[in-house]
Design a protein around this ligand. Structure first.
Ligand SMILES: [Zn+2]
Length: 424
């Protein structure tokens, strides 16, 4: 039992679906509440004074093997909230691009570095070369750090293979992180991340690669049931809206729902495609006008903002305020990847969403919990503090959740619970 918290952010009062507009900032904040965890789920959440201690103790006695998870944690002066959900990551990669970081800080541009063979293509070479077990071990270490910082659920994309064998290797690692590593994972095939070196430089090569994605990679991924979603980098220098539609058509037929890298470099059509196809999520959205926001809203697409990437690349921030005001549900994620943002701490990115994207602290909490879970089809299981939901919770070492933003980056996470077990 987590007892007598100064604040519990329940998010329990609103819609089960993604929250937009005023609802995005409604945290269902309760004071002096306790939360009882049993058998991995939230068994009870209510005023600390009304809790029937005898019933809780009887429950504990009856489940001796579960005693550890019903042990009491005194939460006086602390905050209890849902554990964070990181709905956009590329965490399965080989190598590192710290040299590029220094070049960028010295003034080089991301698209320039890419054109010179750096960027995604450098990670592709290094990921192809790394044996699966080593890839698994390196990613396990990353996810362990991310979980210690408050995240228990991860969306993980492939996209550093750009050929069948390595795309499957990345997605197998993502599945193993769930089955062997014990992390909560949803996986996404992002074979259409970039045109690989061996197919670049000619229209024929480009067509060959697109055919490889639609006729070989996606069917293989579906056959082995390695992904839940399909993503396409629909932007300047990557894939056109027309190509994106063709890829998603194939993905849909194979049972993979779209998520889209959209409008990072300009008004390049990605948001429009996301709306047309009612994608689960449109991500980045640095360049977005009122018409595009309305299209996302009307299609029920969640806008996933990645302010860590804007910070690292020195780019503008997505206008989160305008999205909330126009009624588009907003999620916030790390984009954790080897090049444009290797931030692992989603709580820090939550704060950047306030300073950069102009979300309120309450809106940013919803964006990294309930709305992120909704974008992964997990809103019935996670992202709120309510009876019957998975006991994935954070205890913060503060009596005011707004310190996540006010003291951004401070080590406020006191405890992390996943399925009722303390994991950090
Ligand atoms: Zn990304």
């Amino acid at each position: 039992m987590l007892s007598r918290a100064a604040q519990v952010l329940t998010l329990a009062d609103g819609e089960l679906g993604p929250r937009a507009g005023a609802a995005q900032g409604a945290l269902g904040l309760r004071e002096q509440y306790s939360v009882v965890l049993q058998d991995g789920v939230i068994a009870w959440c209510g005023p600390a004074d009304t809790l029937d201690r005898a019933a809780v103790d009887a429950g504990a006695g009856a489940r001796d093997e579960r005693r550890a998870e019903v042990e009491e944690l005194d939460c006086r002066g602390k905050v209890i909230m849902p554990a964070l959900v990181d709905s956009h990551t590329h965490v399965v990669w080989g190598g590192a691009r710290k040299d590029e970081l220094e070049r960028r800080l010295a003034g080089a541009d991301y698209e320039e570095i890419f054109a010179a063979g750096g960027g995604i293509l450098s990670s592709v070479r290094q990921t192809r070369a790394l044996p699966e077990d080593e890839l698994y071990n390196q990613t396990h270490r990353r996810l362990s750090r991310m979980r210690a910082a408050g995240t228990t659920t991860f969306e993980i994309k492939s996209g550093y293979g750009l050929e069948t064998e390595t795309e499957l290797k990345q997605l197998r690692v993502a599945r193993r992180l769930q089955n062997e590593g014990g992390f909560r994972v949803r996986s996404t095939c992002l074979a259409a991340h970039a045109i690989p070196a061996e197919h670049r430089g000619s229209a024929e090569g480009r067509a060959r690669f697109l055919a490889l994605v639609t006729d070989e990679i996606l069917p293989a991924v579906a056959r082995e049931q390695l992904a839940d979603y399909c993503d396409v980098f629909c932007d300047r220098g990557a894939f056109t809206p027309e190509e994106t539609r063709v890829i998603f058509q194939r993905a849909r037929a194979l049972g993979l729902r779209p998520r889209v890298h959209a409008n990072e470099f300009g008004h390049t059509g990605g948001a429009q495609v996301a709306a047309e196809l009612a994608a689960a999520s449109a991500d980045h959205l640095l360049h977005l006008d009122a018409r595009e926001r309305a299209a996302l809203r009307d299609a029920g697409v969640i806008a996933t903002l990645l302010p860590g990437t804007s910070t690292v690349l020195g780019k503008p921030f997505a206008d989160g305020r305008a999205l909330v005001e126009d009624g588009v549900p907003v999620a916030v994620a790390t984009d954790c990847n080897p090049g444009s943002c290797a931030f692992e701490n989603l709580a820090l990115v939550l704060a950047l969403a306030c300073y950069g994207c102009r979300l309120s602290p309450a809106e940013a909490v919803c964006a990294t919990t309930h709305n992120a879970a909704a974008s992964l089809g997990l809103a019935r299981e996670l992202g709120r503090v309510a009876d019957g939901l998975q006991a994935d919770l954070l205890v913060l070492e503060t009596d005011d959740y707004r310190d996540l933003v006010y003291h951004a980056g401070s080590p406020l996470v006191h405890a992390v619970y996943q399925a009722g077990a303390r994991v950090a």
